[in-house]
Design a binder for this molecule. Structure first.
Ligand code: PLP
Length: 365
């Protein structure tokens, strides 16, 4: 039989995806654009090029691409340990913090186990949970666009294995206070891993969110997730990390896909940590722009929650969402729309931020 005959024959059974895979929501990638007048504000990337020291480290490491990277990422883990005041044994790295999160979920959850997270939050959460055969438990955000920790604690069952806390929350920008996480940790069983996803922590004003390392030192079931993709500007290189109790961190290193963090990424991450002050200057410029935009949008009549990330969140019903998507599209500004929930706009350089402000002024209530 030919391939076509095989495909159309009634008794041909083709390979099928697992139910959990077939039913997955698709991850909608931030839309991309090229060209001088496209503003790419859909993925919360840094608009700055990589730090010069990171670019130099990548160029230098490029000539060793014929070799596998250090699968234990010893140099990077030791540098991170020094940066954070923990031991290298408590650090696990992965291809982006999404990669590390996947290791966490597949490493801790059996089929049917439950993972609790706020909703709306990071789109990758339900996908990674369902892929692992676990059950996502979404707890609606409160009226101030923040985590409803009481409802999250009340949703715990005997099957709960992991709770994800995203602070500041993507896409709303609202942080979770230190005190509320501490109270939450006191009320949650110690065998449940509480992962604090701090992808945007560098952009947060000091004191607005938790001192996650202090919480980690006090509660061994806390795990911290951070990334080089956002403030450090290395989204394209894929490197992030977890800080977790040694047994968990060791498990994450064991479940990692071998060599998933390239030598280029490891070297660039080390160089970026060494250039922390330069990163901080860039982040502080973004914070200033964020404040300027928030003030102007408020003056235009928009009601926003204060964002601690490098993005702003505009709550919008179906109708407003559709109007904004259309307007941004026509203006050549790529933003992330969540139909019926709102629109997330990355804060970038003053020129593109001004374009956003002008566009939104025309749609203000
Ligand atoms: C961007 C982001 C991440 C990290 O992405 P990686 O590029 O995989 O490190 C993690 N969590 C949230 C909430 C994010 O927005």
């Amino acid at each position: 039989m030919t391939r076509d005959q095989l495909l159309t024959a009634p008794d041909t059974v083709l390979p099928t995806l697992r139910g959990a895979v077939a039913g997955l929501p698709s991850y909608v990638p931030g839309r991309r654009g090229a060209g001088a007048d496209i503003a790419a504000l859909a993925s919360n990337e840094s608009h700055y090029p990589p730090l010069p020291a990171a670019a130099a480290a990548v160029a230098e490491a490029a000539v060793t691409m014929n070799r596998y990277p250090d699968s234990a990422a010893v140099e990077l883990r030791e540098r991170l340990a020094r940066h954070l005041g923990v031991t290298a044994g408590e650090v696990a790295v992965g291809p982006g913090s999404v990669g590390v999160l996947q290791q966490i979920i597949t490493g801790l959850c059996d089929a049917g186990d439950e993972v609790i997270f706020a909703w709306r939050s990071f789109e990758a959460y339900p996908i990674l949970v369902e892929l692992a055969g676990a059950r996502p438990v979404r707890i609606p955000l409160d009226d101030a666009e923040g985590h409803d920790l009481e409802a999250m604690a009340a949703a715990v069952t005997g099957r709960t294995k992991v709770i994800l806390l995203c602070t500041p929350n993507n896409p709303t920008g609202v942080p979770i206070s230190h005190e509320s996480i501490e109270a939450f940790l006191q009320s949650v069983r110690s065998d449940i891993l509480v992962a604090i996803d701090e992808a945007y922590v560098e952009y947060a004003e000091a004191g607005s969110g938790p001192d996650s390392l202090a919480l980690y030192r006090q509660y061994p079931n806390v795990c911290i997730l951070r990334t080089f993709s956002k403030a450090y500007g290395l989204a394209g290189l894929r490197v992030g990390y977890a800080v977790a109790a040694p047994g968990i961190a060791e498990g994450l290193r064991r479940t990692a896909l071998p060599f998933s963090v390239s030598a280029l990424a490891q070297k660039a991450a080390v160089a970026s940590l060494d250039a922390g002050e330069e990163m901080e200057a860039r982040v502080s410029a973004v914070r200033q722009e964020r404040a300027r935009m928030a003030a102007q949008l408020e003056a235009q009549g928009w009601k926003l929650q204060a964002s601690q990330g490098n993005f702003l969140w505009i709550r919008a019903d179906d109708d407003l969402c559709a109007r904004l998507v259309d307007a941004f599209d026509r203006a050549g500004i790529l933003v992330r729309a969540y139909q019926g929930d709102g629109v997330r706009i990355t804060v970038a350089n003053p020129a593109s931020n001004d374009r956003v402000l002008r566009l939104l002024e025309a749609h203000a209530a």
